[in-house]
Design a binder for this molecule. Structure first.
Ligand code: IMP
Ligand code: MG
Length: 178
């Protein structure tokens, strides 16, 4: 903890437990299918790295980076692709792996974009969900934890590019960074 983080919201143990569950579920659901998991950089990188090691069936991975125009703590829905996929997703069963679904605007754009490339199916796996803040019609198929409307950092999630390396999820102290 430092002066900008006020409490641990999800501990390392809780994270590990949940990822084992998610990995087992995905392994079951995609048995016998050509699965590609797509990590949305940078936030989902820690979650992705842990999650794929709990997936016990063959899986391909790829990475995308997007940026949404807007302030550092809210999204505008206007999305720019900074790094596209390396491989074609045609006829593949894909899972988009995200750190957090907040307004859902980023994912809405991503799903539409990827749909146009002809995958066999698209699902969303998010580590965290803030359903209270939703603006777009997006429902994650796999979700680690639903959290209240607070700004969180750690386990890949940043504030101004910091805190991604925390092994747990903490609530940022909004008073301290004002
Ligand atoms: P959305 O388009 O509003 O759903 O934005 C999702 C993106 O906003 C996430 O991928 C994060 O990068 C960022 N974000 C939303 N809420 C938080 C938070 O509480 N902590 C850190 N990043 C967040
Ligand atoms: Mg993100």
């Amino acid at each position: 903890m430092d002066k900008y983080t006020k409490k641990v919201l999800i501990s390392e143990e809780k994270i590990k437990e949940k990822i084992e569950e998610l990995g087992a579920q995905i392994s079951k659901d995609y048995q016998g299918k050509d699965l590609l998991m797509i990590c949305v950089l940078k936030g989902a990188v820690v979650f992705m790295a842990d999650l794929i090691r709990e997936v016990k069936i063959p899986v391909d991975i790829d990475f995308m980076a997007v940026s949404s125009y807007g302030s550092s703590t809210s999204s505008s829905g206007v999305v720019r692709i900074l790094k596209d996929l390396n491989e074609s997703i045609e006829n593949k069963h894909i899972i988009i792996v995200e750190d957090i679904v907040d307004t859902g605007l980023t994912l809405k754009y991503l799903v539409e974009n990827l749909k146009s490339r002809g995958p066999a199916s698209i699902k969303i796996c998010t580590f965290l969900d803030k359903p209270e803040r939703r603006k777009a019609d997006i429902t994650p198929d796999y979700c680690g934890y639903s959290i209240p409307d607070e700004f969180v950092v750690g386990y890949g999630l940043d504030f101004a590019e910091k805190y991604r390396n925390l092994p747990y999820v903490a609530v940022l102290d909004s008073e301290a960074y004002k």
